[in-house]
Unconditional design. Sequence first.
Length: 358
Amino acid sequence: MLAQNNICGLTPAEILDAVSPLYPININQAQAVANSVYKKGVTDFLQIAAIPRKLGTILNQEFHAGIFRPVMENLSSDGSVKYLFRNPEGLEYETVYIPDKKRHTVCVSTQSGCRMGCRFCATAGYGFHGNLTAGEIINQVISTGGAGNINRVVFMGMGEPLDNLSHLLKAIEILTSGWGLAMSPGNITVSTVGIEPGVNKFMEKTKCNLTLSLYSPFEEERIKAVPVEKAHPWKFVSGIMKSFPKDRKRRLSIAYMMIRNLNDTDRHLQKLKEEFGNSGIRINLLPYHPVPGDLNLPSLPERMNYFKHELVISGISASIRRSRGVDINAACGLLAGRYDSGNKTRHQRPEAGREFIS
């Protein structure tokens, strides 16, 4: 069955259009199909009690749910799981499931690889191989932690989400709609290096959280690590974020990855205070996870604590993000298709990803 016959990735209106030539489906039935695939993970359409049996039979004959399993997975000592997916066209991409006491988070990819070329990100070394469809993005949520278990989605995997804006927005529509996964926009976070037109459209079209990956508040330093700075200066991007009315339900933040003696100096701290004081934008401090071949080290814990303390007393909301999945290369900046860690738990499913569940 061809990928364009997937239900996963379609809205009820699109299901209606696709099925109408074959059966007189109505919008309520189309919504029932969408809800069953997205929220319940149904792959056999005859299991959908809310639609006629004849419709279920036609759907099974002419369509498939479009849900496919990862080809490989790695289990971290902290309980996180990294999954490798391969779509029918052969594109590979990674997803991380992060369980916690109350939060069950999936970190999804929007691209196979990335073309932003960020210096301190392993995905940059993997190269760019293609955009993922909305269905392939949603499939990561459905087929990893389970459609009914996930209560938080972060777009922080492979790729620059705003470089695949149309599929990102459609995936968010599916995540937040009642006929989809019915998630609160406040439980969805998109991370970007700052694509200016995309930021503006994202802020207008959604109520989801947005995080800008900064690295350095000094343009001449940031451009060396984040090349997109040349075309899309971070100050313009943060200016867009600041220009929107403050909304308690929407979190706007800066991700500040701290590298020892590079961007953790008092000079950097003072500049952060100047730029983000009274802005309402939160600063999340992240320890650097060295990529292969890089000799730089993460900032010392006491230095990160000092940064946080100084930011907080200056009136800026700040936190230190706890790393998960470091031992399986699943933490921020480490996704690059590496599954060769010698003593890590590994399961391979050579058939999955080449064949759909349904």
